[in-house]
Ligand binder design. Structure first.
Ligand code: ADP
Length: 530
């Protein structure tokens, strides 16, 4: 497989390995991927490395070449804190020093590769780890039996031992440990068992049963090292699926703190992570998850990142620590709440999200609609792309990363305004489906109304209200949507509006009608649209 594939397999498959074999081509010496894979191995907690200096036959079994490579590697790996590095000159093709010592390398006195692997002493597994049992399934074959099935990720458990449900803190004890081959008195790391508990507790898939004295973190924000695999870069603000051993939640990277240069290990500022890059991020999940720091527990401290649309694994992460903020900052449940505020305004809050090419007519139609609603006594606010870019988002440009962040902030502001009881009209090109989905997911069910203002590109270019197409087509504006940056048309908007041949006022009235019948004509307060 290619190197990307290799990195992906390494990270997702090797998190419990103790030893890595780093293969080096004697003719090429240490390459970028040698450094990358060594760095990732050390990040994964792999403590022992075999440096297999391969194709030694192709450099005529020269000791000097071998020693230079070994010296280079040792210098580089100094910072990686491996417990041992064992260099071996080999020829995988001819078998030199693979199974037994080769006569072609009389200058090498050490063990052959397999011999070494069979005799190497790895660190003894740490028996003292606290009990962790990620629940995979709740078994209820009949009304009398309820068991929690899964695999013990570390520690031991015996019948009678107390356990705690990680996410809720409920305490109970183990009544029975059931397996295919009957009941056990005790079970340990790696065993697949079904635990029957003494009390009824709330622990479904994604939760963990744990030792009361050493509970995992439960938080919705944490710092992690992320390794990115995908050709599409990782972007802060974009929504992904984060999967732990058993849990699966929506997650976004709130901050990319820095990326790590794998040649120098120096931290570098970055706005996105490209394929094969490693970065340190703050991640926020939609619901709290239970986890340990990766250094304490490799199984409960790692996760993968999955693309929402393609379902491909696009990254992997190792959790460093929870961000205390998640524990301490709760959304205040205020006395004067959203429904009280909207009831006073005699309306239901909504976010009308206008999306379309520049010049398609978003602002014109949104303005018209705003005027109509205002005349009806509705409380509205129009968030317009250009205006927001002058203030709140003036630090953002038009690169893909900045556009994602632009939309994230606008969506959060729209959410607050909807919470204040307003009908918010949002007029932004918002070219990417992912970001519009993210905005939708922020709002309450039925609150987000996506309005696709559909005008063909050549018509927009002909209208050119701000003279932007002329400049863009002359190559004077980088990343111009429709010209040098793509627009992903909505697939399932609540409203699809074709502007050609219609007056903006008529289109605004059509939206107003749609709103009206969605909300049952009367805009009854406190009633949710269906
Ligand atoms: P956007 O906000 O999408 O960038 P604007 O509303 O600023 O677009 O510009 C759209 C231009 O197209 C305006 O000059 C408007 O007068 C013109 N226009 C012509 N026909 C329509 C229509 N049916 N709907 C909206 N705008 C139209």
């Amino acid at each position: 497989p290619g190197h990307e594939e290799y990195t992906r397999n390494m990270v997702t498959g090797a998190s419990t390995a103790d030893l890595a074999i780093i293969l080096i081509d004697s003719r090429q010496g240490i390459l970028q991927q040698t450094r990358r894979h060594s760095y990732i191995a050390s990040l994964l907690g792999i403590r022992h490395v075999v440096l297999a200096v391969n194709k030694i036959d192709l450099v005529d079994f020269q000791q000097q070449v071998y020693e230079e490579i070994v010296a280079d590697y040792m210098a580089f790996a100094k910072e990686l804190s491996f417990a041992s590095i064992r260099p071996i000159p080999i020829s995988a093709r001819d078998g030199d020093n693979v199974i037994s010592a080769s006569a072609n390398t009389p200058w090498y006195r050490g063990a052959a590769l397999l011999e070494y692997l069979e005799t190497v002493e790895l660190d003894p597994t740490d028996q003292a780890k606290p009990f962790r049992f990620p629940v995979q399934m709740v078994m209820r074959p009949n009304a009398d039996f309820r068991g929690y099935a899964g695999q013990i990720s570390c520690g031991r458990i015996s019948v009678g031992d107390p356990v705690v449900v990680a996410k809720t803190g409920q305490r109970t004890s183990v009544k029975a440990i059931v397996t295919y081959d009957g009941e056990l008195a005790t079970a340990g790391e790696g065993e697949a068992v079904t635990l029957v508990l003494s009390d009824e507790v709330d622990a479904s898939r994604g939760n963990m049963l744990v030792a009361p004295g050493a509970r995992p973190f439960v938080a919705d924000q944490f710092q992690a090292h992320v390794i990115w695999f995908d050709a599409n870069p990782m972007m802060p603000g974009r929504s992904y699926i984060l999967r732990t051993e058993t849990d699966s939640v929506s997650a976004t990277v709130t901050t990319l703190k820095h990326q790590v240069n794998i040649n120098s290990f120096i931290r570098e500022a970055a706005k996105s992570l490209q394929m094969n890059e490693v970065g340190v991020c703050n991640i926020s999940t939609q619901a709290p998850i239970a986890f340990d720091a990766y250094k304490d527990n490799r199984t409960t401290g790692n996760f993968i990142i999955v693309d929402r649309v393609t379902n491909a694994t696009v990254g992997a992460g190792l959790i460093d620590f929870p961000l205390r903020r998640a524990d301490n900052v709760h959304w205040h449940a205020l006395e004067v709440n959203k429904s009280a505020r909207s009831a006073m305004k005699n309306q239901l809050p909504a976010v009308l999200w206008f999306t379309g090419l520049s010049g398609s007519g978003k602002s014109t139609i949104a303005n018209e609609l705003d005027r109509i609603l205002h005349a009806q006594g509705k409380h509205t606010y129009l968030l317009d792309g250009d205006n927001v870019r002058h203030g709140l988002n003036r630090d953002l440009g038009f690169t893909e990363e900045d556009r994602v962040e632009n939309i994230r902030r606008v969506a959060e502001v729209a959410k607050l305004m909807a919470d204040a009881g307003l009908i918010v009209l949002v007029s932004f090109i918002s070219p990417f489906r992912d970001e519009r989905r993210m905005a939708r997911e922020l709002m309450e069910e039925g609150e987000f109304i996506e309005i696709f203002v559909d005008t063909p590109l050549d018509e927009c270019a002909r209208r050119d209200p701000k003279g932007l197409y002329e400049k863009a087509l002359a190559g004077k504006i980088a990343n111009f949507t429709g010209v040098s940056s793509c627009y992903e048309a909505p697939e399932n908007p609540e409203l699809h509006i074709r502007t050609v041949g219609h007056q903006p006022t008529d289109l605004a009235l059509a939206i107003e009608e749609f709103l009206d019948c969605r909300i049952g004509g009367q805009m009854t307060p406190l009633q949710r649209p269906t």
